[in-house]
Design a protein around this ligand. Structure first.
Ligand code: C2E
Ligand code: CA
Ligand code: CA
Length: 542
């Protein structure tokens, strides 16, 4: 996966990790609120059912009592006394009476003379009860009565009796309806016939139709059901309240998910992990930059420089990934790979040019490794390789850091491998250590070479370094030589070798072999005068 793709995946995964728990929290808050409102609606509907059923039971009992008395004169004093008795015995009934031709002839209140008109029957229940839901009697005009009539007797109940329960909310609808016809009998608040028309007569049920949470109960004995409808806004209010505590929790969970994703993404797209996978996938190879003898223009050696080509074709520069490999503890693996690649490349190069010297770079950490000497020994085991063919380059920092490092340099030189101080002049400012230290070459850093022939204040530093090196009998190699002028100044100052784009950039082993072969020949007018005859030139010598 390339870096951009990995980043995109990480961002998307991160967003999902963050957003998903929050959405989930909102969803849970909504569901919990629907549950809470549903429970409330069911409780209300059940309350109404309890009151309505008690009313129906008491009414049925009162009528049964009167029917059982079987008095031919239904408004006799004895029968009216029986009505009073039934009335008093029942907590829900307002009155009990006898009906004839739609008129209440007498009741527990006494005789009503010619009778009180009850109005039309709204419907007849499946049990034969004739129902008038809202009757206004002349003796109590302000009160609406529910009149249930059966077998010539009637019970009168306050219209609102069943629905007189505490709801906590003014806009909650409650009521009773006929189970057979699905007509509303009593109720308060709005009534939508669809609430009950679609309901099937099973156990208690609750349904959220988007506008209301509607709970329905069915009477086991009688032909009616009850409903309670709680408006949707109580669901959203409740969800909002629950979300206030759940959403921060969701966000927290999201962050907890996000952290490992980000860490993983970083691990996957960070340079160290890319270096690791480049090592596994063999994306590293070496190019060789010729080192020429300034006096003759002859190529006497080459520096192995690591190259990294990514699968997408792009290159990563060593001055970017080498420091990262050093910081992340991967440099030893990288150096081992360099030696492995060298071992492979040098056989062919040295077969063609046995005198050539190949230098390669080591880092400070390599000098502290107990395995380095073994690795170098193995490298020297390459076909055609002799110790004099091998140079190692290390920076001042690398060598001078510690005593073990100095000992390592000593051991390397004991093996016959020559040592160069790389980037000379950019590290420690004091040059005095050189007198106490065994190295073979100084590589003058490009930064100083760049100033040669210019008026820059630092231009004399290069000269100073060259003089120093001479007095210490060290051989100098100038790095980053780009112009003939620089080459001339360096040659005149007594610098023996140079490396730079003036001569060649780093190249693959085959190109290097060709370059070495042709380097002894006249190359350009400037080099012509100094060129030796064809043939193997002198190796990089101290
Ligand atoms: P270095 O060891 O100082 O290598 C010389 C660098 O200067 C190389 O850059 C080379 O291509 C560049 N160079 C040479 N002549 C010229 C020139 O005339 N003009 C300019 N502008 N540049 C020139 P490169 O290959 O990019 O390597 C950069 C650094 O990465 C190296 O500096 C070295 O410190 C490190 N490096 C490269 N390969 C390895 C390796 O195998 N192991 C270790 N530890 N470090 C390496
Ligand atoms: Ca170098
Ligand atoms: Ca250098």
């Amino acid at each position: 996966m390339n870096r951009r793709k990995a980043n995109t995946v990480a961002v998307v995964a991160g967003l999902v990790a963050l957003v998903l728990p929050v959405l989930l929290a909102l969803r849970i808050a909504h569901d919990l609120s629907v549950d809470a409102v549903s429970a409330q609606a069911l409780t209300l509907s059940e309350d109404v059912m309890r009151r309505a059923e008690a009313t129906a039971d008491q009414g049925t009992a009162a009528v049964a009592l009167l029917v059982a008395a079987n008095d031919p004169n239904r408004c006799s004093d004895a029968n009216i006394a029986l009505m009073r008795k039934a009335d008093v015995a029942s907590s829900y009934l307002q009155s009990v009476g006898a009906v004839s031709n739609g008129r209440l002839m007498c009741s527990s209140l006494g005789s009503h003379g010619a009778g009180l008109p009850l109005g039309p029957v709204a419907y007849v229940s499946s049990k034969g009860a004739r129902i008038r839901p809202a009757v206004r009697l002349s003796i109590a005009p302000g009160v609406r009565m529910l009149v249930l009539e059966k077998s010539g007797y009637a019970v009168l109940v306050h219209h609102d009796l069943a629905v007189d329960v505490f709801t906590g909310h003014p806009d909650v609808s409650l009521g009773t309806f006929a189970a057979s016809s699905r007509m509303q009998i009593t109720g308060r608040g709005r009534f939508d016939p669809r609430w009950v028309s679609a309901a099937t007569k099973t156990g208690p049920a609750v349904r959220f139709d988007g506008d209301n949470v509607v709970a329905i109960h069915w009477s086991r004995e009688h032909d009616f059901g009850t409903f309670a409808a709680v408006p949707a806004r109580y669901v959203s209010q409740g969800a909002h309240r629950i979300a206030e505590s759940l959403v921060p929790l969701g966000a927290l969970v999201g962050v907890l998910f996000l952290i490992p994703i980000l860490l993983l993404a970083r691990r996957h797209t960070s340079l160290p992990s890319l270096i690791r996978s480049a090592l596994r996938r063999r994306q590293f190879y070496l190019h060789y930059q010729p080192i020429v003898e300034l006096a003759t223009g002859r190529c006497v050696g080459a520096e192995a420089l690591l190259r990294w080509q990514r699968p997408d074709g792009s290159f990563v520069r060593p001055d970017l990934f080498i420091p990262i490999a050093e910081e992340s503890g991967l440099i030893r693996k990288v150096s081992r790979r360099v030696m492995e690649l060298l071992r492979h490349d040098v056989t062919a190069i040295l077969a063609a040019h046995p005198e050539l010297t190949i230098s390669f770079n080591l880092s400070a950490e390599d000098l502290h490794s107990l395995h380095l000497l073994d690795e170098l020994r193995e490298l020297l085991g390459a076909k055609n390789m002799l110790p004099r063919n091998l140079h190692v380059e290390m920076t001042e920092r690398g060598i001078l850091d510690t005593d073990p490092a100095r000992k390592m340099v000593h051991a390397i030189r004991e093996m016959g491998i020559r040592v160069a101080i790389d980037d000379f002049g950019t590290g420690f400012s004091s040059l005095s250590y050189l007198t106490t230290f065994e190295v073979d070459y100084l590589k003058i850093d490009k930064a100083f070479v760049d100033t040669l022939g210019t008026t820059a204040a630092t231009s004399h530093v290069a000269m100073h370094i060259i003089t120093m090196a001479k007095s210490l009998h060290l051989t100098t190699i100038a790095e980053g030589v780009e112009t003939e002028l620089q080459a001339t100044i360096l040659r005149d100052a007594g610098v023996q070798y140079a490396q730079g784009w003036l001569y060649a950039k780093a190249m693959d082993p085959a190109a290097l072999c060709d370059f070495v072969t042709s380097s002894g020949r006249p190359r350009n007018p400037a080099a012509q005068g100094n060129a030796h005859a064809n043939g193997a030139g002198p190796a990089l010598a101290t």
